[in-house]
Design a protein around this ligand. Structure first.
Ligand code: HAM
Length: 414
């Protein structure tokens, strides 16, 4: 038997109502904050992610699904995230000349070849939002408020917002040399990838997943101690705004994010009680990415949340899951003629927009009634020879056990 690829997920119909509920809260909140939905391709030129996400990141170096296209020998990658594609699309469609700010949201699948575990899969689902063209801290606060609002509407508790600033180009120089001094002193202990990163991009040593690098990284210098006056003022303005909005946070110098494009504000929402993969949402400012991908310089900030992790967190706190919809009516039939009539009436009622079911598998009348009960039909109707002859039958309200006589060819559901 063929099985699904390791690290992928099947969502069966008894679980989809929970996904749909979560996605509809996300869509609705995005709409209230003025974000329009954007859809971009599942695969892109590999170079987009190498330049966008960064060619020394774990995501690009170790986790991308990359293949060579049949016709043109291009290197193509399944998207490991959504931000780079959104920037590519806005540049490709000339949106930089639209009135600012630009606000987009997306619900997408992403692909990363990571070791699967609870909350970590190789195909996963994200809700993300990106805001372009606003450099002030109010934009940062708005994005964090949107993410918080989604969590509040979902009733997700036990989340902590971890906030940090990793500075801009101006603060990077000093910070970079501090990192090189710190990690350089322990070079021999680092993994091979990190030895190269030490020369190319020392910031990436801070989120290496190898246990030794990870433990060395814990004592590394903190970005927050190297901020230039402008970055410091931006961060202070953001914390004032969050205080004013009543959004609680902890300042956590360990949050540096795993992707290269971030500048200044970075943040993660971390959930209690869902195991090691506890970051349900991550994001930050990326003021250099639009220019890096060929556009005029444009400030930007965004985030993405992992839908599977949101589900894990909701389940860990024991939420009541939405159930699949129950039919309004089940038409039970006795005999072949009545079964045919049931199929025809079912179709007529479905055309009125009602959820109606009848037997398709040849159950006995008794078994049909049992099944109608099991699937929770609001009404039932029994068709036999008498009903076919008179073209009338009793519509039974299953909750109140009352019944009303109806005309088979014209009745609609109350
Ligand atoms: P990220 O931190 O790589 O950021 O991913 C965002 C979220 O996606 C994570 O916090 C997590 O909830 C979920 N996630 C990531 N990898 C997996 C996985 N293998 N399995 C399950 N869930 C996962 C980004 O993707 C950025 N594009 C976010 C962003 C948007 N920054 C600015 N704008």
């Amino acid at each position: 038997m063929i099985q699904k690829i390791k690290g992928t997920i099947d969502v069966l119909p008894d679980e989809t109502p929970l996904y749909r509920m979560i996605e509809s809260v996300m869509r609705e909140e995005a709409k209230n904050y003025g974000f329009g939905e954007i859809r971009t391709p599942t695969f892109e030129n590999t170079e987009l992610f190498e330049r966008g996400v960064g060619d020394t990141t774990d995501v690009v170096q170790k986790e991308m699904y990359t293949f060579v296209d049949r016709d043109e020998n291009r290197r193509i990658s399944l998207r490991p995230e959504g931000t780079a594609s959104v920037v590519r699309a806005l540049l490709e469609h000339g949106c930089q000349s639209d009135p600012m700010p630009l606000k987009y949201f997306y619900l997408i699948n992403c692909f990363r070849h990571e070791a699967p575990q609870a909350g970590r899969s190789r195909e996963f689902f994200q809700f993300g939002a990106e805001l372009f063209g606003a450099e002030g801290a109010a934009a940062d606060a708005t994005m964090i408020a949107l993410a918080s609002s989604v969590f509040r509407r979902l009733g997700l508790k036990g989340l902590t917002l971890h906030l940090n600033s990793i500075g801009c180009k101006n603060c990077r120089g000093g910070y970079r040399s501090a990192l090189v001094d710190y990690f350089g002193a322990r070079r021999e202990e680092l993994c091979d990838t990190c030895k190269t990163r030490l020369e190319k991009n020392p910031l990436r040593l801070l989120d290496c997943k190898s246990p030794i690098c990870n433990s060395i990284a814990k004592g590394a210098p903190k970005t927050i101690d190297f901020l230039c006056p402008d970055c410091k003022a931006h961060f202070d303005a953001l914390t004032r705004l969050l205080d004013g909005m009543g959004i609680r946070y902890v300042i956590d110098p360990a949050i540096v994010r795993g992707l290269d494009y971030y500048t200044r504000t970075v943040f993660e929402f971390i959930a209690d009680g869902i195991g090691a993969q506890s970051t349900v949402c991550g994001g930050g400012r990326y003021d250099g990415l639009v220019e890096e991908l060929g556009g005029a310089p444009m400030p930007a900030i965004g985030f993405a949340m992992g839908i599977t992790r949101v589900i894990l967190a909701l389940r860990a706190q024991g939420i009541e899951e939405p159930k699949p919809a129950a039919p309004r009516l089940y038409i039970a039939a006795l005999g072949e003629k009545a079964s045919e009539a049931a199929a025809v009436i079912t179709e007529r009622l479905r055309q009125t927009g009602a959820f109606v079911e009848c037997d398709l598998v040849g159950r006995s009348l008794k078994a049909q009634m049992k099944y109608a009960n099991k699937i929770g039909a609001d009404y039932t109707l029994i068709l036999g020879d008498n009903e076919l002859e008179s073209r009338r039958a009793f519509l039974r309200d299953m909750k109140n056990s009352t019944q009303t006589e109806v005309e088979l060819d014209t009745f609609t559901l109350p």
